[in-house]
Design a protein around this ligand. Structure first.
Ligand SMILES: Cc1ncc(C[n+]2csc(CCOP(=O)(O)OP(=O)(O)O)c2C)c(N)n1
Length: 420
């Protein structure tokens, strides 16, 4: 165990790069450290790296743990696979739509479909989700339709945020999915607060919060882990470690054994799981949920190792900082959709014809939804003054009136016919 022994003479507590020296002090945790006369630097590199839990081999064979199929019936497996494919097809079309300037921005989930769907399927549908922005599959699994997503991307009257946010910032009260916001990691301490409220309510629900390994470097991430630990909150921290934060490789992001190892120092249990393996993600999330509810005082960091196959966003060309062959390697040999498909083929739950049909139908669904969403009006310009506060204060009412008067004179200079 790291830092378990205390060297008596040192004071005060110092943390020097990777050397942490502990004062002989009262420890509030349940473990009291022993004393030692041997002066020893606690070296994190001496501890073996956390293992990565997996169920599916890259050839689609279940290796070892067959419990997945005892928990997940055929119908659910097919639904999981369909959601992954639909998400992937939507990503392809919407990425191109953005390139054509039909929408202003987009972020694909390519390569991460398994982690979205595997985790979402293992949760109770009423567990609360806080997402970063690359978790579209979780919302899709919960029944938020492709049309609802495309409405948000177009910012039309059907949009969940009434056209106020950038594309991909989804949210749905009905689906217990808290609205996404751009500033990284702010959702983490908020999720802990919600989990604390759930604990007081004793509602037997958990909160799950998704974030990337880049976001995990934010101060908010550290605060959240510590609050979750000291306040004993039923929260699952789900870290998507896809190797890059825009152009920053994980090797420049942190010096320790990934994000999983951080939980340890804060008294938080962890599982590290292969994010390209939907079955492993399902098992791990299911176990984490049960564990969190049974112990209440323990939380999980579920960091996953997989790869961001797509560019960071439509504002990014990732070939500027990583090679095409690195991406292709993952796309071909370690793709979560292909791996799951091979398993379903082996179990005779799915066929090549069904697969072709599904891809065609998914693409058609996306194209039809675009056609419908494109025709919908944008919200009224007045909407931009609404919901700043619950009730509109007089100074905002005055500003709205100014715009109204302005538009009476200059209406021909604005695209008002496109707005409700
Ligand atoms: C507080 C803050 N700092 C910087 C940014 C700009 N930014 C947006 S996404 C991103 C990278 C995040 O990487 P990671 O958390 O690993 O998630 P990934 O995009 O790989 O899924 C950055 C730096 C931001 N949105 N918020």
């Amino acid at each position: 165990m790291i830092c378990s022994k205390v060297w008596r003479a040192v004071s005060p507590i110092l943390t020097l790069n990777r050397l942490c020296v502990y004062q002989s002090a009262k420890f509030s945790s349940s473990k009291s450290p022993a004393f030692s006369n041997e002066l020893k630097i606690i070296d994190p590199t001496e501890r073996p790296s956390y293992e990565v839990y997996k169920v599916l081999g890259t050839n689609g064979t279940i290796e070892g743990d067959e419990s997945y199929f005892a928990q997940v019936d055929n119908e659910t497996n097919i639904r999981m696979y369909k959601t992954m494919v639909t998400l992937n097809e939507m990503d392809k079309v919407m990425y191109e739509s953005q390139r054509q300037g039909r929408i202003s921005f987009y972020m694909t989930s390519s390569g991460e479909e398994g982690s979205h769907v595997g985790s979402a399927a293992a949760l109770d549908p009423e567990d609360l989700v806080y997402a970063q922005y690359r978790e579209t599959g979780v919302l899709m699994w919960r029944g938020f339709s492709v049309e609802q997503m495309i409405d948000q991307l177009y910012g039309n009257i059907g949009s969940s945020d009434k056209g106020k946010q950038m594309p991909v910032h989804y949210g749905s009260r009905q689906h217990h999915f808290v609205t996404i916001s751009s500033p990284l990691a702010t959702q983490l301490p908020q999720a802990v607060g919600s989990a604390y409220a759930y604990k007081l309510k004793k509602n037997e629900k958990v909160v799950i919060v998704y974030f990337g390994e880049g976001a995990a470097s934010e101060g908010d991430a550290f605060s959240a882990l510590n609050f979750a630990s000291t306040l004993d909150c039923p929260v699952i921290f789900f870290c998507r470690n896809n190797g890059y934060a825009i152009s920053t490789p994980a090797s420049e992001q942190y010096g320790g054994d990934g994000i999983a190892a951080r939980g340890f120092g804060l008294g938080i249990s962890a599982i590290r799981v292969d994010g390209n393996d939907v079955c492993a993600v399902y098992n791990a999330t299911k176990k984490a949920r049960e564990y969190v509810l049974s112990k209440k005082q323990k939380e999980k960091v579920v960091p996953k190792l997989y790869f961001r196959i797509g560019h960071h966003s439509t504002s990014d060309d990732s070939t500027a900082y990583r090679s095409k062959s690195e991406v292709q390697e993952y796309e071909i040999n370690n793709n979560p959709i292909l791996r799951f498909k091979t398993l379903l083929f082996k179990k005779k739950l799915w066929s090549e014809e069904q697969d072709e049909q599904l891809k065609k139908e998914s693409k058609q669904l996306v194209l039809n939804s675009i056609r419908i969403s494109e025709k919908k009006l944008k919200p009224s310009w007045k909407e931009m003054f609404e919901d700043v506060y619950h009730e509109m204060p007089p100074h905002i009412r005055d500003q709205m009136k100014e715009v109204e008067d302005h538009l009476k004179i200059y209406k021909d200079h604005y695209p008002l016919k496109n707005h409700a």
